[in-house]
Design a protein around this ligand. Sequence first.
Ligand SMILES: [Zn+2]
Length: 95
Amino acid sequence: MPTYVFRCRQACDDVEQVHSMLTVPDDVECPVCSERARRIVTAARLGVGDSAAMRAHDATRATADAPTVVSSVPGSPRRSTPVTTNPLHRRLPRP
Ligand SMILES: [Zn+2]
């Protein structure tokens, strides 16, 4: 469920409450002065959290901003380690 921010008219601190999107009220009672605090629109807090999706999102953003430097051509035709150790495979036709 999303976190909604409510702002009191008496300049108290903002009130954050978690509500369902279907049941979110337009205003709530301020816990400091008991006045009505109206819901305000804030930016989505996409950077908050520690889930696998957030880590993947952060890693993707990091590669877009500062990609790693390539020092060699990937997929060179000669492999340094053999794929198989079976000597019969050496007799197979080469592409
Ligand atoms: Zn208040």
